[in-house]
Design a protein around this ligand. Structure first.
Ligand SMILES: [Zn+2]
Length: 189
């Protein structure tokens, strides 16, 4: 119990939650179970939506259904149009290497990096997969975003162990809670 949720800082804040991919873009397909990344992204994002609203935040989703696929520009512009305090994109990873765990990407070395670190610190407190820390990512959705933004990768669908873990609702709930706490930590800085 070294660190406690700082959820009070979420009250009244506007957070945009972006479940990556969608519609005819499934994202990664798990190599062992055939899990579609777009489904994991949406399920986890909906848990995050609920956690953030429970803490008093106002949440805008870039998509809420499986068959929606907003463009990358539309997703980052949405954050600006609602004057969001933070933008979080949810993804699951792939790699030709035998690698496991979570990783959070930032673009700008000011706000994005602080947000990414806060989230990854919470993910690293123990959600069944280890933290690989933060990394610079030249992603359109981060580069074009005028809101503090981070892109979270919540496990490797090319790793059989990771894939079996991330398919579980219990993992998705824990990951969502850790991300919500990380956003709260960032907002209280
Ligand atoms: Zn993805």
């Amino acid at each position: 119990a070294a660190s406690r949720p700082a959820s009070a800082s979420l009250r009244g804040k506007r957070i945009v939650v972006d479940p990556g991919h969608g519609g005819d873009d499934p994202g990664m397909i798990g190599t062992t179970y055939g899990t579609m990344e777009k489904d994991l992204n949406l399920q986890t994002a909906l848990y995050l939506h609920d956690d953030l609203e429970a803490a008093g935040a106002r949440v805008t989703m870039t998509r809420t259904r499986d068959d929606e696929r907003p463009s990358l520009s539309a997703r980052s512009e949405l954050a600006q149009s609602v004057s969001a305090d933070a933008f979080i994109s949810i993804h699951f990873n792939s790699s030709p290497k035998k690698i496991s765990g979570t990783l959070t990407f930032f673009y700008s070395e000011s706000d994005d990096l602080k947000l990414a670190r806060a989230i990854e610190n919470r993910l690293g407190e123990g959600i069944a997969l280890k933290s690989n820390g933060v990394s610079f990512g030249d992603y359109h959705i981060l580069r074009t975003n005028e809101t503090p933004a981070a892109l979270v990768e919540l496990g490797f669908l090319t790793n059989p162990d990771d894939e079996s873990i991330v398919r579980r609702a219990s993992y998705q709930r824990k990951a969502a809670q850790a991300i919500a706490e990380g956003i709260a930590d960032y907002l209280s800085q």
